[in-house]
Design a protein around this ligand. Structure first.
Ligand SMILES: *Cc1c(COP(=O)(O)O)cnc(C)c1O
Length: 405
């Protein structure tokens, strides 16, 4: 490893730094927006009146309509979580055998959904800049068993949707987007959810927009949406007809009511995050060895996450050391997405999981760190985190800090 570019702060100087800049309370990587308790209590009062708790009740219908309007999409089905949305999407498109090309740089649910549908995941390397499936690497992985592509808009950053669609069209493959991070993202004039055959969203409490647990599937046609609506309700058509082997994937009224109130807060939440991301970028651009990502022209970003890349040679410390160091300051960053899905014991034996096939993903997984970002985080807290990073640059490894166990 190259020597640090700055002289290392003395252990004593580091201890002083911790004393000065340590947060009194832990700063989590994210924190959910909460509607006012009074407003939610009004929704609850209505539920005690109607006693309609789940199964396409009025809050569910309103949320479906409001979300479709907000996103500018026509065909949307709500689900009990993002993972079930993935499972249902694969079932709806009858992708229940063969292979699907996907990314190892994602949350486990993406790949597990394939496995649960008896599909073999084929890992494809990612793009250096977007951290998304690299279209230039996809075609070499297509074989006689390939059924679909399952790209992920990681951290809400749009995939190269045109290039992926061109490949899918050429080879007759479906494209199912895991858009769990891409709530509210627009690409040009359209919602990013309108690309591919369908897109799934997650409304988990840790996501930008939440129904506590929840998710949705956006499809291209009414027929597909209706099919998904049957599939998520046991395949029941009417009291005496079950048209197929469905599952229970419904979103209940308490969650839908919560989501309706949260949706009203979403634009403010995105604006606050955008301002905070601006502070991070301005300050961290000055720190050698920290790479921040910039906005892409023509994209309405959602600032769902704030990932940085830590270059251990220029920063003078590995990502793992920085992660540990930040804990000393009560800053709880997260190593999304480390380890890669291709490293999980259940997938490591797949030929495509070999690290030589995934050099970019391997490197990014070693260097990525998501910093705290949520609307109620204060500007001063972001400034403070940036000051900590700037001061740590060139510092000795975590173990050298006095008083560290
Ligand atoms: C959160 C997430 C999911 C799963 O969503 P749940 O609603 O938690 O089931 C799927 N894919 C990605 C990329 C995610 O981040």
């Amino acid at each position: 490893m190259a020597p640090p570019v700055q002289p290392s702060p003395e252990p004593q100087a580091l201890a002083d730094l911790v004393r000065r800049h340590r947060f009194a309370e832990p700063v989590p990587v994210t924190s959910p927006t909460m509607p006012s308790r009074e407003a939610y209590q009004r929704s609850l009062a209505r539920l005690w009146e109607t006693r309609w708790l789940t199964n396409d009740g009025e809050f569910h219908q309103q949320l479906r309509a409001s979300l479709s309007g907000y996103l500018g999409v026509e065909h949307l089905s709500l689900c009990s979580n993002g993972t079930l949305a993935l499972l249902l999407a694969l079932q709806a498109f009858r992708i229940t055998s063969g292979e699907v090309i996907t990314t190892p740089f994602t949350f486990p649910a993406t790949v597990h959904a394939l496995y649960w549908n008896r599909v073999r995941p084929v890992f494809c390397d990612i793009d250096e800049k977007t951290f998304n499936l690299d279209p230039r690497r996809v075609e070499a992985l297509i074989g006689p068993e390939t059924r679909a592509l399952m790209p992920v808009h990681v951290f809400g950053h749009p995939c190269d949707v045109e290039a992926l669609q061109a490949i899918a069209d050429k080879h007759g493959l479906a494209v199912i987007y895991d858009a769990a991070h891409a709530m509210g993202v627009r690409y040009g004039e359209r919602s990013i959810l309108e690309y591919g055959d369908c897109s799934i969203l997650s409304f988990h409490a840790t996501k930008l927009f939440s129904t506590i647990e929840g998710g949705a599937i956006v499809t291209r046609s009414r027929a597909q949406r209706v099919r998904i609506d049957y599939l998520k309700n046991f395949g029941i058509e009417d009291e005496e007809t079950v048209i197929g082997p469905g599952i229970n994937g419904k979103l209940n009224e308490f969650q839908a009511a919560f989501g309706l109130l949260q949706l009203e807060m979403l634009d403010d939440e995105i604006r606050n995050r955008q301002r905070l991301a601006g502070i991070y970028r301005r300050r961290l651009r000055e720190v050698p060895g920290v790479l921040v990502r910039e906005d892409v022209p023509g994209v309405r970003h959602n600032y769902a996450y704030f990932p940085i890349l830590v270059d251990p040679h220029r920063f003078g410390m590995t990502r793992d050391d920085l992660y540990g160091r930040l804990l000393d300051f009560n800053v709880r960053s997260r190593k999304y997405f480390y380890p890669l899905c291709s490293h999980y014991a259940c997938y490591a034996a797949l030929p495509s999981a070999h690290r030589d096939n995934l050099p970019v993903a391997e490197r990014i997984a070693e260097r990525v760190l998501c910093l705290p970002l949520y609307g109620t985080l204060e500007d001063a807290a972001v400034e403070q985190i940036c000051e900590i990073l700037a001061a740590l640059q060139g510092a000795p490894p975590a173990a050298a800090l006095p008083g560290r166990p």
